[in-house]
Design a protein around this ligand. Structure first.
Ligand SMILES: *Cc1c(COP(=O)(O)O)cnc(C)c1O
Length: 376
């Protein structure tokens, strides 16, 4: 059996261990210290727009804190993109709030601004204005953020931008993660850069960042003894983990361009294949990091299905995976509301994510090319 080719696996740059060793030498093992500050500074410099970043234990924790800071409480409604990973929506349930899901549009596969506005208007008519909107840049593709920002502003609803998959993507030259009232990043093992596990909350200013850090470190009041007037969380990133992040920031640009190379590789392979559409940017305003390269398969035109491609790759120990299953179709969310025509369900039924790691070798690529040529 050939060795396994993964969809997306960790790719170290080389200097990560230097930062970890420094932490050991200085005994900065606790969840604070120079690597945490250094990693936050690196992210702030990278994202620009005067944003302030709080490094946390996961992207999920960052979404949860964004909801807490947005004032989302029991029984409040939160509008969330249906086509996403469950981590975008689960923190709504942590707050005992009510998720209401919104369909995707065809061009970016992300939240449809038209269905979003219809949902807001309908929820208002039914008696409750949603407290927050969670928009996602799925697979690294920027959402229609101009339209979504304008709607959030018009109805005065807080916008949370889930950029877990989109570090390094941009829209009209502005980095993803900096458009919302809050942005969130993930450094999980399969993401564009990884700290082995971690995340960050991107905030508008220092004051918001300090509030996030206060909540993420058990919400301890300023007193010599332990005094608490808020419910806190243990969500801070450790100084060891942040050391990996500092090393990864040195190779972020390189990793983004290698993912983009993988995306061009698939465009080349499928360029003459009827019925297979590689997921591409709509125009030059959109720059995707192409965290994962994806295709849609029209079985009638192609003569084979999405499952056909998946199985032919699997036969050679190459991992691929159907697109995210929409949240409104998940057993845990079946009672939640949904606004849309079901486009995201079509994406789920016909789409496939292909191996996209920045560490794939020429030999790996040749194996992928041969397997795909077997079916097309
Ligand atoms: C990975 C991911 C998250 C969660 O990040 P973790 O760091 O794994 O908690 C949230 N949203 C999306 C879209 C993701 O892909």
């Amino acid at each position: 059996m050939n060795s396994k080719i993964w969809l997306s696996s960790p790719h170290m740059g080389g200097t990560e261990q230097k930062y970890i060793n420094e932490a050991f030498q200085e005994n900065w093992i606790a969840p604070l210290g120079p690597n945490v500050t250094g990693f936050e500074n690196d992210l702030e410099n990278y994202l620009g727009e005067n944003k302030k970043v709080a490094a946390l234990s996961s992207g999920t924790a960052a979404i949860h804190l964004a909801l807490v800071l947005a004032g989302v409480l029991y029984n409040d409604e939160v509008l969330c993109q249906s086509f996403t990973f469950s981590a975008s929506a689960n923190p709504i349930a942590y707050q005992r709030a009510i998720p209401v899901f919104v369909d995707s549009e065809e061009e970016t596969w992300n939240m449809c601004p038209i269905h979003l506005e219809k949902a807001i208007q309908d929820r208002i008519v039914k008696g409750k204005k949603p407290k927050a909107i969670i928009v996602v840049h799925l697979y690294g593709m920027p959402a229609k953020i101009d339209e979504i920002q304008a709607i959030a502003k018009k109805y005065e609803i807080i916008l949370i931008e889930d950029a877990a998959e989109a570090l390094g993507s941009s829209y009209k030259g502005q980095k993803c993660g900096t458009f919302g009232d809050y942005g969130i990043l993930s450094f999980n093992g399969n993401k564009i850069i990884t700290t082995s596990g971690g995340g960050a909350l991107v905030c508008k200013n220092e004051e918001e960042k300090n509030k996030a850090i206060f909540l993420a470190t058990q919400a301890r009041d300023d007193a010599p003894h332990y005094q608490h007037s808020h419910i806190g969380y243990n969500y801070r990133m450790s100084n060891i983990v942040a050391g990996i992040g500092r090393g990864q920031m040195e190779v972020l640009d390189e990793h983004v361009s290698l993912r983009q190379v993988m995306h061009r590789f698939y465009n080349e392979i499928f360029k003459d294949t009827a019925g297979v559409t590689v997921f591409n940017e709509l125009n030059e305003s959109y720059v995707s990091n192409h965290w994962l390269s994806c295709v849609l398969v029209d079985e009638e035109k192609a003569g084979f299905s999405r499952e056909g491609i998946r199985l032919v790759l699997l036969k050679d120990n190459i991992e691929s995976r159907p697109l995210w299953k929409p949240m409104h179709l998940q057993p845990v969310f079946t009672t939640s509301g949904f606004y849309g025509s079901g486009y995201c369900e079509k994406l789920f039924n016909t789409g496939l994510c292909l191996p996209s790691g920045s560490n794939l070798t020429e030999v790996d690529k040749e194996r992928i090319r041969i397997a795909l040529n077997n079916i097309i």
